[in-house]
Design a protein around this ligand. Structure first.
Ligand code: ADP
Ligand code: MG
Length: 456
């Protein structure tokens, strides 16, 4: 029996035991590269498929191979593709296995301070300043120096991925560091604030809201644009704002646009915002993108060729999150395959990212992939049942509608059980936040995205 025959036999056996979509997604494009000395080497088209197959189908595969070749005791899974020469396959498999088991590829766990909600990773030290964010940075630094009396409120606005959250959280962390327990800092997203208000209304617990939000010295509110149009929330925020402002407590606000461009914002709130300091963040130019790339490399204690840094800075123009994305991917491959990054390789990876970004998928394709991934039915995924096993998959689907297709919140909510648009906002923000704190969730999202993009 040749390797090919053996693998065909194994696959046709497995095909009978798993669902058709799962077979097509995970196993159809696999190959048996080698079967010697008791070890079978199986190649899969990408890392995500590899990890999934290893996790879900290992037993099945091993059992099935042993039906034909009882000397097989072990299976190694490798990724097949542009990233590896044939000769290195088995070596790479061992390396990956070792690194994974040594936890080298695991993302560091990030601990958010439960009292302030601040994430310690956002600091001024790790924040690169260029002409695009100079004003916002200097205004924020001034606020840190003289809390409450200089620019109040401080209103920072700019497009997504440009550093608003980083900057306002850095302010919070710095204040905390300088004043220790003498100053009470609190960071919230405007959704969190909204949820708290909604909860207080429902449970008649306004005192709790007052205590939580009016008892602080520095209140940082992220993405205030989402507050617009919610009467009760705006009302409560208005009173909170006034109570703090009158007592010279510092308020720091971020938004994706200036106050006058938030259409549903009440006039009295708008004029309060305009009464302080407004600073924008625009787009980093090429030189700044180089500086940012270099800083990120330093943070990770790795070096890259100048030419590759130049390539990243030229290609990743959209925002800083994109720079980080490209960098993470390059370093991931470098670590996984223990390969020096040459120019050709970097170009390949970057081209691949660009190609994936261009892939157009439909909402129903996303629904199918997510349902399939979590092994629930598409109907349950978009249904109205609140069973625990449906909730996270549903939130992830909503997140992906926004992230991959830029769908509006009402459209998203409509697709998923005709819910209220605030549910979609909540789901998006929750997943978007959680991925930075929960490596497990992050991995799931990456796997799903990989599957979605492989459809295109
Ligand atoms: P926004 O809130 O504007 O959408 P974020 O603050 O979340 O953007 O920034 C996106 C990513 O880019 C974060 O990982 C952040 O640490 C990083 N980042 C943003 N601005 C800078 C900067 N000036 N220097 C270094 N890293 C930055
Ligand atoms: Mg943000």
């Amino acid at each position: 029996m040749t390797k090919e025959e053996l693998w065909r036999a194994v696959l046709s056996e497995i095909e009978l035991q798993v669902s058709r979509p799962n077979f097509l997604t995970w196993l159809k494009n696999s190959r048996l590269l080698d079967a010697q000395d008791g070890t079978a080497l199986i190649a899969l088209p990408n890392n995500f498929t590899k990890e999934w197959v290893e996790l879900k189908y290992h037993k099945l595969i091993l059992g099935s191979i042993r039906n034909y070749d009882s000397t097989t005791r072990k299976i190694e899974y490798v990724v097949e593709g542009v990233f590896m020469e044939k000769a290195n396959r088995s070596k790479a498999a061992k390396l990956v296995a070792r690194r994974v088991s040594e936890g080298q590829l695991a993302l560091p766990e990030i601990k958010v301070d439960p009292e302030t909600n601040l994430n310690p990773r956002y600091t001024f030290d790790s924040f690169v300043v260029g002409s695009f964010n100079e004003l916002a940075h200097s205004a924020t630094s001034a606020v840190v120096d003289v809390v409450g009396t200089k620019y109040n409120p401080l209103f920072i606005y700019g497009g997504t991925g440009l550093g608003k959250t980083h900057l306002i959280q850095a302010a919070g962390n710095e204040i905390k560091k300088n004043y220790k327990d003498k100053v009470k800092v609190k960071y919230v997203t405007s959704e969190k604030f909204t949820n708290d208000v909604v909860w207080a209304v429902k449970n008649n617990r306004f005192e709790d809201i007052k205590r939580t939000y009016r008892g602080v010295d520095v209140l940082i509110i992220d993405d205030i644009q989402f507050i617009g149009g919610k009467e009760k929330t705006e009302e409560e925020f208005f009173h909170t704002f006034n109570a703090l402002h009158e007592n010279n407590k510092q308020i720091i606000i971020s938004s994706d646009r200036p106050p006058k461009a938030i259409p549903t914002l009440e006039a009295r709130l708008r004029s309060r915002f305009e009464g302080g300091m407004i600073a924008d963040i625009t787009f980093p130019d090429y030189e700044t993108r180089v500086a940012i790339t270099k800083t990120k490399l330093q943070d990770r204690e790795v070096a890259l060729d100048e030419k590759i840094i130049d390539l990243i800075a030229r290609k990743a123009q959209k925002n800083i999150r994109e720079i980080e994305g490209v960098l993470n991917k390059l370093l991931f491959y470098q670590a996984t395959y223990n390969r020096t990054l040459d120019m050709a390789f970097a170009e390949k990876v970057i081209a691949e990212i660009a190609e994936k970004a261009a892939v157009k998928v439909s909402p129903s394709q996303i629904i199918r992939v997510v349902a399939n991934f979590f092994e629930i039915s598409p109907n349950d995924l978009v249904g109205r049942q609140r069973n625990k096993e449906f909730v996270e998959p549903r939130q992830i689907a909503m997140f992906l509608f926004r992230d991959l297709l830029a769908m509006s919140y009402p459209d998203i909510a409509n697709k998923v059980g005709k819910r209220d648009h605030t549910t979609a906002i909540y789901a998006y923000k929750k997943i978007n936040d959680d991925v930075t704190k929960n490596p497990n969730l992050n991995q799931k999202i990456l796997m799903i995205k990989e599957m979605v993009s492989s459809l295109g």
